[in-house]
Design a protein around this ligand. Structure first.
Ligand SMILES: Cc1ncc(C[n+]2csc(CCOP(=O)(O)OP(=O)(O)O)c2C)c(N)n1
Length: 283
C-alpha cells in the first residue's frame, strides 16, 4: 500500500490537528499524559485514516479490523484520532477524564463504542489481541488485529507470554506495533547502569518467532509500507518496531521524560501550539 504526496500531506496535517487536541485537552482537563500520546500520534493517524478496515458509523461491525492500544495511558491521542475519524464529536474531547465522561483517563470499552479493549494496566493488551486473532481464525473472519505496545510496557512478563503463544498458534493475522521511544515514566539509567528492557528488540522478538520490521514511527509512508508487509505474513505474527521520539512535535517536550504526564501551563501551551502552526507553513 503506497501513499501519494497529496494523501501524505493530508495525513501529516491530521497528525498536527491531533497533536493540538492532545495538548489543549490535557491542559483543559488539568491532567493526563502528553509524551506517549505525542510519540504515537503519527502511527495512530496512519492506522485510523489509512490502514484499518473500519466503519465509524458501525463500530460493532463484526468484520472490522481490531485495534488495541495496550499502552492505554496514551488514550488521549486515540480519542482525538477517533473523534476526527467520526466516532464521536470533536467537541466531546473537552470532557476527557471527567467522572461521567466516555473518555476516561484510560480506555474503557464499556463506555465508548469503537474501543476494542479496555486497557491501562500495562502488559495486558497483547493477550486479548491473541484471543481476537484466534477467534477470527476459528470463525473464518478476514480481519486483522493490531496491538500497540510501549517499550517500557515490555517489562511486563505477560507481553512475552502472549508473544510466545501467538507464534505457537502461527497467528499471521496479528500485528503488533512497538512505540520504541526509549523512555518510560522516567528515563533509563545512565550507561553502565541497568540495561533498558529492550536493548535489541529485533533480536528479542525474532527469538519469539515473530516476523520483524523496523521503521521510523514518524515517517508515515514507511510505517504504512511496513504494516502492509506485516499483514501479508500468513503463518507468523508480525511486529513493526517503530523508532519514535517521546513528546514528538514540540521542541521542548521531545526526549524529555518529565513530559510523560505533565500538564502544560498556559504559557507552555501557547508556545507548543505556536510551534505546530509554524510547522504547518513550512514546505
Ligand atoms: C502495570 C502498570 N504498572 C505501572 C503503570 C504506570 N505507568 C503508566 S505509563 C508508564 C510508563 C510506560 O512506558 P512506555 O510503555 O514506554 O510508554 P510511553 O513511553 O510510550 O508513554 C507507567 C509505568 C501502569 N499503567 N500499569
Amino acid at each position: 500500500m503506497t501513499i501519494n504526496p497529496t494523501r501524505l500531506h493530508e495525513l501529516e496535517d491530521m497528525a498536527r490537528r491531533v497533536r493540538r487536541h492532545i495538548l489543549t485537552t490535557v491542559h483543559a482537563a488539568g491532567g493526563g499524559h502528553v509524551g506517549g500520546p505525542l510519540s504515537a500520534t503519527d502511527m495512530l493517524v496512519a492506522l485510523y485514516f489509512h490502514i484499518l478496515n473500519i466503519d465509524p458509523t458501525n463500530p460493532q461491525w463484526e468484520d472490522r479490523d481490531r485495534f488495541i492500544l495496550s499502552k492505554g495511558h496514551s488514550c488521549i491521542a486515540l480519542y482525538a484520532v477517533m473523534a476526527e475519524r467520526g466516532y464521536f464529536p470533536v467537541s466531546e474531547l473537552i470532557t476527557f477524564d471527567g467522572i461521567d465522561s466516555r473518555l476516561q483517563g484510560h480506555p474503557d470499552m464499556a463506555r465508548l463504542p469503537g474501543l476494542d479493549m479496555s486497557t491501562g494496566s500495562l502488559g495486558q493488551g497483547l493477550s486479548p489481541g491473541v484471543g481476537m486473532a484466534l477467534g477470527a481464525r476459528l470463525r473464518n473472519k478476514p480481519f486483522t488485529t493490531y496491538v500497540m505496545l510501549g517499550d517500557g510496557e515490555c517489562q511486563e512478563g505477560q507481553v512475552w507470554e502472549a508473544a510466545f503463544v501467538a507464534a505457537r498458534y502461527r497467528l499471521g493475522n496479528l500485528v503488533a506495533i512497538l512505540d520504541l521511544n526509549r523512555l518510560q515514566q522516567y528515563g533509563w539509567q545512565e550507561p553502565g547502569g541497568m540495561r533498558p528492557p529492550l536493548d535489541d528488540p529485533r533480536r528479542q522478538w525474532e527469538a519469539f518467532g515473530w516476523q520483524v520490521s523496523v521503521v521510523d514511527g514518524h515517517d508515515i509512508t514507511s510505517f504504512v509500507e511496513a504494516l502492509s508487509t506485516a499483514r501479508q505474513e500468513s503463518d507468523r505474527p508480525a511486529i513493526v518496531i517503530a523508532h519514535t521520539v517521546k513528546g514528538k512535535g514540540i521542541s521542548f517536550m521531545e526526549g524529555d521524560y518529565s513530559w510523560h504526564a505533565r500538564v502544560p501551563t498556559d504559557v507552555e501551551l501557547a508556545r507548543a501550539l505556536a510551534e505546530l502552526e509554524l510547522r504547518e507553513v513550512q514546505p
